[in-house]
Design a protein around this ligand. Sequence first.
Ligand SMILES: CC(C)(COP(=O)(O)OP(=O)(O)OC[C@H]1O[C@@H](n2cnc3c(N)ncnc32)[C@H](O)[C@@H]1OP(=O)(O)O)[C@@H](O)C(=O)NCCC(=O)NCCS
Length: 305
Amino acid sequence: MMLDDACAWFDLDAEDTAEVIVAAAQIAADDALSARVAEVVRQLGDHFEELKLWNLLELPSLFDPVVDRDASAAVRWLYVVAFAEFLPTTLAAHARRGIPEATSRATIADLGRHVRIARRLYGVRACIEQHWLQAHLRGILYDLGRLQFNLARLELDQRQLDEAGIDATPGTVVVETHIPEAGPLAADAVDASFAQAQSFFGAHFPELGTIRYATCDSWLLDPQLSDIVPGSNIARFGARYRLFRTARESDQSALDFVFRAPTTPREQLPRDTRLQRGLLDHLAARGHIDARYGWLEVPAGASDR
Ligand SMILES: CC(C)(COP(=O)(O)OP(=O)(O)OC[C@H]1O[C@@H](n2cnc3c(N)ncnc32)[C@H](O)[C@@H]1OP(=O)(O)O)[C@@H](O)C(=O)NCCC(=O)NCCS
């Protein structure tokens, strides 16, 4: 596959694509950077379709977008060059599993979404979300309309699962839910994504059996949001899940998702929406937002005869 074809799959614009091509040439001329790309490709292959999202691969940040304003194209795009090299393996697996091309395209195009977010955050052309995007390349994460889902195994112990009322055991295969920044979280669009999940994974990953549960680990599941933005899409989304006990303080992550302005002092952040005002007031009053982890039963999918 040509590099510019891969960049089209990644939904990169012409300027980014031109930079990736420059980056690939710089990398090809540098033994250390070439070895790093080969190492990323090796890790993607070694952990292909392994049912765990985070902490499998070592993908260190190669520059700091806040301070390294002059980082070379090679450094800013190295992970995209590596992902492009690996992409044919991902797409071959998608094809072998009968994944519709539109789903493959929507899934892989998330890379461009995150490149554009990084540009809004830091004013830099770069890929800084390699830890997130490796899951797409490893063939465990799919875009099913409004939501994305990745295959995973439950890692809680039996007591924690029983406490939360889920009929599952440690290691049960579930899908983890992700909410891309793609417009409002309308209830009917969310319903449509959940309605597809069981039949999609049943048809394309039959060896995993029937997926009964979706989990979600997100600031959007903090029940305090139902007071901060009552009656909202966010409150309704959170209410779909039954919560496990675990909670992780997540103030900065919530601020980042809402404002996408990590270097702006809090008092200068905009107060245009209910969520912006509510979140800032909540934090100013020494409140916190927690990432909460929850589960729901996905609707039974149409049987695949
Ligand atoms: C989750 C998300 C799609 C919800 O958007 P939504 O459906 O428009 O949200 P709601 O309708 O529930 O919004 C309720 C209020 O909060 C505001 N709001 C919601 N998300 C906002 C955001 N990201 N930034 C600023 N304000 C936001 C809305 O404008 C609304 O306020 P208003 O009544 O004054 O207009 C959106 O917040 C988003 O794209 N977030 C980034 C992705 C993310 O957080 N993913 C989870 C990762 S763990």
